[in-house]
Design a protein around this ligand. Structure first.
Ligand SMILES: *[C@@H]1O[C@H](CO)[C@@H](O)[C@H](O)[C@H]1NC(C)=O
Ligand SMILES: *[C@@H]1O[C@H](CO)[C@@H](O)[C@H](O)[C@H]1NC(C)=O
Ligand SMILES: *[C@@H]1O[C@H](CO)[C@@H](O)[C@H](O)[C@H]1NC(C)=O
Ligand SMILES: *[C@@H]1O[C@H](CO)[C@@H](O)[C@H](O)[C@H]1NC(C)=O
Ligand SMILES: *[C@@H]1O[C@H](CO)[C@@H](O)[C@H](O)[C@H]1NC(C)=O
Ligand SMILES: *[C@@H]1O[C@H](CO)[C@@H](O)[C@H](O)[C@H]1NC(C)=O
Ligand SMILES: *[C@@H]1O[C@H](CO)[C@@H](O)[C@H](O)[C@H]1NC(C)=O
Length: 796
């Protein structure tokens, strides 16, 4: 997803290229730089987070630019291309108010933003700190449902003629400023407690959600407290001593004023969050942070992260340290979402886990979920169960979901791919595969009323015509955006491919055949005579996916349209049109991940295929900042040229994926860019939905992954490793000492452990080039596409 350019969020924090300095680094944890991707549209959330937890401070609400700080909030999504997500109930500290008069304090959203102090940001997993220009040092850490802040105030406030009398305010709003029906209650006991609620809009979806907080303070005596009102020229009312609230004031927030802190000029703020109630928010905070112990909480968060990261071991001898930062930070970001909201789902009662922020599966199915399956199968299992529970209670699998709401569908019903990928990788504990099968069939067969938020649209045509017509009209079905007919066609076809595969494994023979047939539907939008020119110069390639109408005649979309070369942003959900979502026909013409053999035949055979794929990568047509590009790096494996994939991977890392703050080429989309980099650096990029990992030499001397379920370790070792300079081509491979010819791996290797040795050289070797060495292909067109209709063969 690469939406959103319009909305610039006023944001909560910092500046500058931070690169943790070298000295005593030990584990992967030490290499994580949460700030990568916090500038230039990466939308990464760098604040304190736990793996998959409800809370972190700030959102993608922070940016490494010079924007002012308006507050610190407790829940975020990372890397979204949609609107600003979450960021509910931000708090903000003042050392004093003008003339020591609370009524003059600039509480409003428009008046309070202040600059950050340059070079004061410090970010690592579970911890974030920054100093404001008011000389207040703000630190934050997290537990599962609560955030803990530590504000250190200056002895003398920077504001003239005032003395230290800290004020901490809380605003009843979110990053998108979507709050409604908000309210706040102030308590004399516990000291200065505030609780409250509001309803909010999801950032890339429909409906509303309710959120609740409970804030408590420690470290100074309360002098006064109350509420404020008014977006400008705020009116302030004290409620001290149980004063009655002024009926004319609609509270926009609350504030607590303190005497000079008791120790080190510090005040701690604990904010519990809940989607259930204010009471639950307080209970969450009291349970997880009973003593407001800041350092113990940081340590616990670090420990949780280390445990997640320590399943990977890297031998980085001879490799630039930047690659390690890119790698570990990518793994870290992969683990920020989906978030575990178990116990916090107000929508239905269930014993199943509840995860949220599947944001969005179109972005995450290709690399995030496969990487989680490798590193943290327990969490992936719970996510799969949660997806099925959502199906059970909402009637459909989500394609995107955030803050308890349905999110927007971008293409296919790609939760299908997540489920099938998990199935073939032995994700099974407590998973009801019969229910999964039902959910998959529902996606494939039953059109929902609003297919902009779930399922598929145009199913009538899909079944009758075998493609999504560009002018589709569906008298019986639901409604949705009638765009993206080409990209939806190829994605639906791949979804059906995945259903066919699991169908066979589950013993549904007829369905296997039925969906395998439908998996060839991508072919139906292939216009064999279509040519493509750039600036009037013929590219020399013929045959591209093209719009096709209900009457089976062809339409036209320039094959380069919606690429970086022509109208790149014309095919977004919110830009009104285009038949190829966030990419060009050039790109989508390569998308037949289940049956690459037939596609290669269709495009004129291996040599023409390689030439065309090279052209895609080298002509400027491909944008690596969007997820459909990922697989394109590795398709050379299907023509027996794994060395070309290895070489191609090295043309993008580190040039586009690196350790700088701007080091990702597009929205991170909850870790998609990070997981792409991590998997590519490991040399095991997956073809999601299949039990296939493409082997390319790791960027490190060796890598090991310990499967947390089986306890077995899989190691890939490069022999003749020269730091990745010249020896990047596999000459020969040995799996546990036995010659290994295939250029791909199966998940068994990671479950059962073993050692794969790759002997490297300067030139492409013979390894993996033989017939039958490539990954499998299957479809309705015969083994190598020999049953493709002859009139369909283009590409010359
Ligand atoms: C405090 O500020 C308010 C608003 O600016 C003003 O109306 C009020 O008179 C001030 N109070 C004192 C004691 O100066
Ligand atoms: C601070 O107080 C001094 C002396 O009373 C006065 O001259 C000055 O204007 C005040 N400054 C501000 C910012 O109010
Ligand atoms: C808001 O909270 C106050 C204080 O707890 C309460 O008296 C009031 O009824 C609430 N208002 C609404 C609309 O819920
Ligand atoms: C893992 O999954 C594969 C593919 O579905 C299956 O053949 C194998 O038996 C499974 N292994 C275990 C230990 O469950
Ligand atoms: C492609 O061109 C050939 C030769 O002109 C023609 O016979 C065929 O019908 C065309 N196919 C399509 C789909 O337009
Ligand atoms: C087919 O449908 C398209 C789109 O509605 C229309 O422009 C075209 O004229 C139709 N062609 C025929 C042969 O009916
Ligand atoms: C790092 O990645 C960014 C974003 O893709 C790119 O613009 C930049 O040139 C890269 N920097 C280096 C030093 O490779």
């Amino acid at each position: 997803m690469f939406l959103l350019r319009k909305r610039v969020v006023t944001i909560l924090w910092w500046v500058g290229a931070v690169r943790a300095a070298g000295a005593q680094k030990k584990s992967g944890f030490d290499f994580v730089d949460p700030l990568i991707g916090t500038i230039n549209g990466g939308h990464v959330f760098p604040g304190a987070s736990l793996p998959f937890d409800v809370n972190g401070e700030n959102q993608g609400g922070f940016a490494s630019d010079n924007s002012d700080i308006v507050g610190f909030s407790h829940m975020h999504d990372s890397g979204t291309g949609g609107g600003a997500s979450l960021g509910n109930f931000p708090i903000f500290p003042f050392a004093s108010c003008p003339n020591n008069n609370i009524s003059s304090c600039p509480f409003s959203y428009y008046e309070r933003p202040i600059p950050r102090k340059p070079n004061t940001v410090s970010a690592r997993p579970g911890y974030f700190a920054i100093t404001l220009s008011s000389e207040i040092h703000a630190e934050m850490t997290v537990t599962e449902h609560a955030a803990l802040y530590r504000f250190t105030f200056p002895k003398v406030p920077t504001l003239a003629n005032t003395s230290l009398s800290p004020v901490i305010m809380l605003e009843l709003d979110d990053l998108a400023r979507s709050a409604q029906a908000e309210n706040i209650t102030m308590y004399e006991r516990p000291m200065g407690r505030m609780t409250g609620q509001g309803t909010f809009s999801p950032s890339f979806g429909i409906g509303r959600y309710e959120s609740y907080f409970c804030a408590d303070f420690k470290g100074a005596k309360v002098k006064d407290y109350g509420i404020y009102s008014g977006a400008w020229n705020t009116k302030v009312q004290s409620l001290k001593g149980g004063k009655k609230r002024d009926k004319n004031l609609r509270p926009l927030g609350g504030w607590v004023q303190f005497n000079v802190p008791e120790s080190q000029n510090q005040i701690l703020v604990r904010v519990g969050m809940s989607f259930i109630s204010e009471k639950k928010a307080c209970q969450n905070a009291e349970k997880e942070l009973p003593t407001f112990d800041f350092s113990a909480t940081v340590l616990a968060a670090e420990k949780a992260w280390k445990k997640k990261l320590d399943v990977i071991t890297i031998d980085a001898a001879g490799v630039d340290e930047g690659l390690l930062t890119t790698f570990w930070s990518g793994v870290y970001r992969t683990m920020l979402s989906p978030q575990d909201y178990t116990g916090e789902n107000p929508l239905w009662d269930s014993k199943e886990p509840y995860y949220d922020s599947f944001y969005c599966i179109w972005d995450s199915f290709r690399s995030i979920h496969p990487l989680l399956t490798l590193l943290d199968p327990k969490s992936q299992t719970r996510m799969v169960r949660s997806l099925l529970d959502i199906y059970k209670h909402e009637g459909k699998l989500p394609d995107c979901r955030m803050s308890l709401c349905k999110g927007l569908t971008q293409g296919g019903s790609n939760a299908d791919v997540v489920l099938v990928d998990a199935y073939f990788k032995n994700i099974s504990e407590g998973v009801d595969w019969a229910l999964a099968w039902e959910a998959l069939l529902s996606d494939a067969e039953i059109e929902p009323m609003d297919w902009d938020v779930e399922g598929r649209g145009g199913l009538l045509s899909w079944k009758k015509l075998g493609y999504i017509p560009t002018d589709n009209f569906d008298p019986n079905g639901g409604t949705g955006l009638v765009t993206r007919s080409i990209s939806r066609t190829v994605e639906y076809a791949y979804n059906d491919f995945c259903i066919a595969q699991i169908g066979r494994a589950l013993g549904h023979k007829d369905d296997h055949l039925k969906y395998l047939k439908r998996s060839g539907n991508w072919f139906n939008m292939f216009q064999p005579n279509q040519t493509s020119s750039i600036n009037g110069v013929d590219t020399g390639f013929r045959g591209f996916l093209q719009p096709k109408y209900m009457n089976e005649t062809w339409g036209y979309q320039d094959p380069i349209h919606c690429s970086p070369i022509l109208g790149q942003h014309d095919c977004y959900l919110n830009s009104g049109g285009g038949e190829t979502y966030e990419g060009s026909s050039w790109l989508y013409t390569f998308f037949a991940p289940g049956d690459m053999a037939s596609l290669i035949t269709l495009l004129g055979g291996p040599e023409r295929f390689i030439a065309r794929l090279d052209f895609l990568h080298e002509s400027g047509l491909l944008y690596m900042g969007d997820e459909q590009a990922f697989l394109m790096v590795f398709l050379y494996h299907y023509v027996g040229r794994p060395g070309l994939s290895a070489k191609r991977a090295r043309s993008y890392i580190p040039s586009l994926f690196n350790e700088t703050v701007g080091g990702i080429p597009g929205n991170d989309d909850s870790g998609a860019m990070g997981s792409f980099a991590a998997l590519t650096l490991l040399g095991i990029f997956p073809n999601a939905g299949q039990d296939v990992y493409f082997i390319t030499p790791p960027f490190f001397k060796s890598i090991s992954i310990k499967n947390p379920e089986t306890g077995k370790t899989a190691t890939i070792r490069n022999v003749n490793f020269d730091g990745g300079r010249e020896n990047v081509f596999v000459q020969e491979a040995r799996l546990d000492g036995v010659k290994y010819e295939r250029n791909w791996l199966q998940h068994r290797f990671f479950r059962e452990g073993g050692t794969l040795e790759l002997v490297l050289g300067k030139e492409e070797g013979k390894w993996g080039t033989g017939k039958g060495d490539g990954p499998p292909s299957e479809g309705p067109f015969g083994k190598g596409g020999e049953l493709l209709p002859k009139s369909g063969l283009g590409g010359r």
